[in-house]
Design a protein. Structure first.
Lengths: 312, 312
């Protein structure tokens, strides 16, 4: 995962990822009319069909601009089985457009169960037959259960050139309650998780110096992100919290290394709901608005990197 | 959730829950033949059909013995969309037999996303239309993101009489790496999570003195479980790790209060794969073996409680 992601960041001169987190409220009226009038508000297939049509248009619009997309599985799981079919179809469509797909699934469990979740990366092998039920290139994982809950994912990363991003320091307001707990050894808890994460990736470091084991570090924690960049030299960051959650390009500029690598910045509503924020767009132009917003985000990030003397 | 669970524990004189965590290896040969010969090893629907037939037979066999079942969603998610259909059908079948269904989903995310996952408990409401895509009575949740990641679940518990069990101290070997970190204030991290959990449940305490916000506490941590029982007087425990993972009835006896309440002990393979461990069973008797194993587990737990002077 990590080699292709970095290659595409360099090729597209863009270290950003579009979050595909559809909600009914985000959908243009013409799509709501099309699906709900025909299928009904109580029909999960209406949501799934609408989300997929929306996502495909956004993916087509941003495929040449960004290296990766990040569908948030909760937004699909919310609508049950058919919602998850739309998640899978979204992942597959994004693959078809050459994008790296980071599934934001935040799974985590004890070892035998984590091995089952790791099917998101490695598929299943039963009686000599291999099947892929999920097709993400990388997924986010939760570290609360420790090494034996992470190792099954790492094994699949190693076997199938996939990746994970471990939740280290999340962007949400309450995250400090657990993640910033001061430890007796002087570290904060998130620093202990950071140290484990750097260690977990030590066997999977690629040609650019980064491993298949990345970290989620929120854009809302500017200083901590900069310190973590030093602390985790082989760990690539997936950075939520830019835009709608308040993080700016200058906030995240220090999350990158001296080559402008080491991080991808994620934006969801800021891209996919851009059409709602500017009256110049007709709602039918939601994909165009997404593309233009993705270009503005690239320029915003490139500008912040250039102010630190970095360019691709 | 919690009132019915406690009522049924008292009625069935059994504080245990059967984990429904099917794997291909666990299935009797006659079921494998039936599904794989007809549908093929690469057909997810074969796994889903096989798991559901297995689960239904186990549910029928234990429905009068145990108050609850705990399907582990990872074992179904592993087989993709059709696997998750078997998860849903298992939940619904268990409801039909009057059992409380604890979905072991270990979800956790930032607030808006946690609200999407909370559809497992509260369904979705769009344009005045309510739909239930999932039907668990309670789910397990991960605390690493703090209060704003838990509150959407608590809101649904409150609105729909559902429950959650927060991961406090998990049963797996590596869990100590994070959960036993010593904090500067003298607590261990899991104790800080325990204190948050007790607080999160303070508004949802029922007639028996326990709240809809429970805690996962592994049977493999005997002393910690006993201390947590004191520390979290209104928090019901969901206790994995009995049996296959090494926890004994005497290990968990101190997880109960003086009335023999305050905990349900979970066993998965020990019940559902019991037919494999005793040559007296033909594989066609897997459900009978599960029922007899569930009765032995009840007697084992009741014996340990009686040795502490507690009986229902």
């Amino acid at each position: 995962m990590i080699e292709k992601l970095i290659d595409d960041i360099l090729k597209k001169k863009n270290p950003s990822v579009v979050g595909l987190d559809p909600t009914p409220e985000m959908m243009p009226e013409f799509l709501k009319t099309k699906y709900f009038d025909r299928m009904g508000y109580d029909n999960p297939a209406a949501y799934a069909g609408m989300f997929l049509e929306f996502n495909r248009a956004v993916i087509d619009a941003v495929a040449d601009i960004v290296p990766a997309v990040k569908p948030q599985i909760a937004m699909y799981e919310r609508f049950g089985i058919t919602g998850l079919q739309a998640y899978n179809a979204t992942c597959e469509y994004a693959h078809g457009r050459g994008l790296t797909v980071i599934g934001d699934i935040k799974r985590g469990d004890i070892s035998s169960t984590a091995a089952a979740y790791a099917a998101h990366l490695g598929g299943v092998d039963v009686n000599g037959t291999h099947s892929d039920m999920w097709t993400e290139d990388a997924v986010t994982v939760n570290p609360y259960l420790g090494t034996d809950g992470i190792k099954p994912f790492i094994d699949e990363c190693s076997a199938h050139c996939k990746g994970i991003f471990v939740l280290v320091r999340t962007s949400n307001p309450s995250s400090a309650e657990i993640q910033e707990q001061s430890l007796a050894d002087g570290r904060r808890l998130y620093e202990a998780v950071a140290d484990l994460t750097e260690k977990w990736g030590s066997g999977l470091i690629g040609q650019h110096g980064y491993s298949e084991v990345g970290a989620v570090v929120g854009a809302t924690h500017r200083e901590q992100g900069e310190q973590l960049r030093e602390r985790m030299p082989h760990t690539f960051f997936l950075v939520p919290g830019y835009g709608a959650q308040g993080g700016t390009a200058d906030d995240v500029a220090g999350f990158f290394d001296e080559n402008g690598l080491g991080a991808v910045i994620s934006s969801s509503r800021g891209i996919t709901a851009a059409y709602k924020k500017d009256p110049k767009y007709d709602e039918k132009d939601f994909a165009l608005a997404a593309a233009e917003s993705a270009v503005r985000m690239r320029e915003d990030l490139m500008g912040a990197l250039m102010r630190r003397g970095v360019s691709y």
